[in-house]
Ligand binder design. Structure first.
Ligand code: NAD
Length: 353
């Protein structure tokens, strides 16, 4: 892979990349703006140590493209963007605060061209620091200004998406008694488990953090699954809620589930994995649709909707989108990944007309 910054920018079909080298912390800052057809470029800010700055830039570009699709698929008037703070080593204290303030000023200088919220490696506290300098930071409560954790909303939308997929693909149509295996019981996975438990699902959980996994398993009365047995364990739904690329040529043939639906980003290691899943008769719910709950909640907060229960209820809209995509896929005999892309293309084309 060529990680040369200039080559990557020349090849990209996005609107553009605002980049800056932050001397005091030796950090590359990339604000990747992919498409503003539906609204200003909007996406999370990620802080991560990459082996090369270009690797961070490529990550930002791909994630920004994903955001264009996500917003279009869930009917939110926003465009695709993502920012990457490619740090040389993990930053803490004054160094971290200084970088975040300078990053905030950079966002502000774009005059609303880029809007952001938290992503990997960035905490709610970090976003509050960015918001000291920038007006375009999202996820604050409309009444008291407190910063909101998106994970429960993401989890609730994943739950709604799983419910839709089960209604489509499994006998009995409800979650009661269905076996759901959650891989990764962090912020989203643990919340998802609560919703599923309430709906009567039988839970299996797996996490590389054994202490956390045991704690969540006790709370959910779930069965523990060792990390290396996740793909071969029989279940109705496999919910990847940990890391990307868990669906790949090595794991797909081993899967013993009927549905894959979870919050992790970029679940397919390569595009051909969608067809591999379809050939095996496994229904795959595209990740960028089912994991859009946090993004949708932030957009609703901006519209002044701050009531938590109402926000959680509104996550059912993601379940409706999943139902429509699965229906279209079935009627056309195509993968849900293809049906989801058609939905995105239609939304963008309509807005450009
Ligand atoms: P998190 O860091 O709170 O939890 C991730 C959990 O996965 C941790 O408990 C970790 O120990 C575990 N884990 C990591 N590697 C694993 C592996 N190989 N096998 C099993 N467990 C493993 O993260 P989160 O906020 O819960 O997000 C989970 C996933 O959902 C991520 O891929 C994230 O990008 C995606 N996502 C999250 C949100 C959100 O609102 N938090 C929104 C959209 C997408």
């Amino acid at each position: 892979m060529n990680y040369d910054l200039q080559a990557l920018m020349e090849r990209w079909d996005g609107l553009g990349v605002v980049h800056r080298y932050d001397q005091p912390t030796r950090t590359w800052v990339f604000i990747c703006m992919h498409d503003n057809t539906l609204g200003p470029c909007t996406g999370g800010t990620r802080m991560k140590v990459y082996s090369k700055p270009g690797e961070g830039l490529l990550d930002g570009m791909r994630l920004a493209e994903g955001m264009t699709n996500k917003w279009a698929a869930i009917d939110v008037a926003a465009g695709g963007g993502k920012a990457v703070l490619a740090v040389e080593r993990p930053l803490e204290g004054e160094g971290r605060r200084g970088l975040l303030l300078r990053y905030g000023r950079l966002i502000q200088s774009l005059g609303g061209g880029f809007h952001t919220g938290e992503d990997l490696g960035i905490s709610t506290e970090d976003m509050k620091v960015v918001a000291e300098e920038a007006d375009y930071v999202h996820g604050f409560h409309p009444e008291d200004g407190s910063k909101i954790d998106p994970s429960p909303f993401t989890a609730r939308a994943v739950f709604a998406g799983i419910r839709s997929a089960v209604a489509r693909a499994l006998e009995g149509e409800t979650l009661s008694g269905k076996k759901v295996l959650i891989q990764g019981v962090g912020s989203v996975g643990a919340n998802l488990g609560m919703f599923l438990k309430e709906a009567g699902a039988q839970l299996l959980v797996s996490d590389i953090d054994e202490v956390r996994c045991q704690r969540v398993a006790d709370q959910l009365e779930a069965t523990l699954v060792p990390e290396n047995e996740v793909y071969s364990t029989p279940c109705d739904v496999y919910a990847p809620c940990a890391v990307g690329a868990t669906l790949n040529p090595e794991t797909v043939p081993r899967l013993q589930c009927r549905i894959v639906a979870g919050s992790a980003n970029n679940q397919l290691a390569e595009p051909g994995d969608a067809a591999r899943l379809m050939e095996r008769g496994i229904l795959y719910v595209p990740d960028y649709i089912i994991n859009a709950g946090g993004a949708l909640a932030f957009s609703l907060l901006d519209q002044g909707i701050g009531d938590r229960e109402l926000l959680l209820e509104k996550m059912d809209a993601i379940g409706d989108s999943v139902t429509q995509i699965l229906q279209e896929a079935a009627s056309q005999g195509e993968s849900p990944v293809v049906a989801a892309q058609h939905r995105v293309d239609r939304a963008l084309a309509k807005s450009r007309d």
